[in-house]
Write a protein that binds this ligand. Sequence first.
Ligand SMILES: NC(=O)c1ccc[n+]([C@@H]2O[C@H](COP(=O)([O-])OP(=O)(O)OC[C@H]3O[C@@H](n4cnc5c(N)ncnc54)[C@H](OP(=O)(O)O)[C@@H]3O)[C@@H](O)[C@H]2O)c1
Length: 236
Amino acid sequence: MICEEWSADGLDRRYPRNDEPTLRVNFIASADGAVSVDGLSGGLHGPGDKEIFDSLRMVCDALIVGSGTIKAENYDALRLTPAARAWRRQHDLPEFPLMVIVSGSLNLNYQQLIFTDAPVRPIVLTHAGADTSEAAKHAEVIAVGDHGQVDLAAGLAALHARGATQLLCEGGPSLLGTMIAEDLVTELCLTVSPLLVGGGPGRIAAGAPGAARKMSLRHILTREDMLFLRYARQGN
Ligand SMILES: NC(=O)c1ccc[n+]([C@@H]2O[C@H](COP(=O)([O-])OP(=O)(O)OC[C@H]3O[C@@H](n4cnc5c(N)ncnc54)[C@H](OP(=O)(O)O)[C@@H]3O)[C@@H](O)[C@H]2O)c1
């Protein structure tokens, strides 16, 4: 199960598209559990994680990210390498996955490249009470849920209904905390970076505590001191 020799070429088999709808979450944390260094995930990066990050994007139908991460990490438009786009064409997939931004407030910066440079019109996932007039100029809007909260299960179902069943979430912690609480996560791809960051940053999931959920370990990849873990929900 532990593999030190791997290359980007074979990653589509290690992180396969599944027959059933999947919500795969990809995070990086330090060895002592920190989700960021100085407020960003960049300080945690190391050898191999870019290949895995790119490969997970390559195989998904839609990438889902919370508005906090879009802002903090100044997300670019979702672009793929020519090789990744060729892989998608070979597998009868659209050239680019959908990009889905979760926001209840819709306090978004529509001048960010994620909107202005997008190869495919992004989707903003919000709730029924939100004023969507500005968002609708820059994105497709899906509004599900009441009381100022996005109904994430209904949002995922809306994506499934349009054929996007292989969903990748890149965070952040608030969004993941809600997804875990609502029992939506079927896979966790966790990169452990060989750093002790100490107190300050939070964990990969934030929010109210909930029931613990058992996962099963599918593989361990390593490169130098980096560790790449893939967990799937039991039964998946
Ligand atoms: N290490 C890693 O792999 C990793 C990955 C991602 C992010 N991060 C770090 O995490 C930090 C950002 O954390 P964060 O918790 O603010 O990020 P986040 O989860 O991306 O964003 C939180 C925001 O998403 C929206 N949201 C999430 N769930 C919602 C729901 N159910 N209903 C309505 N809105 C919902 C809300 O947006 P509105 O406020 O617009 O309503 C909320 O304020 C940054 O420091 C970033 O660098 C690290």
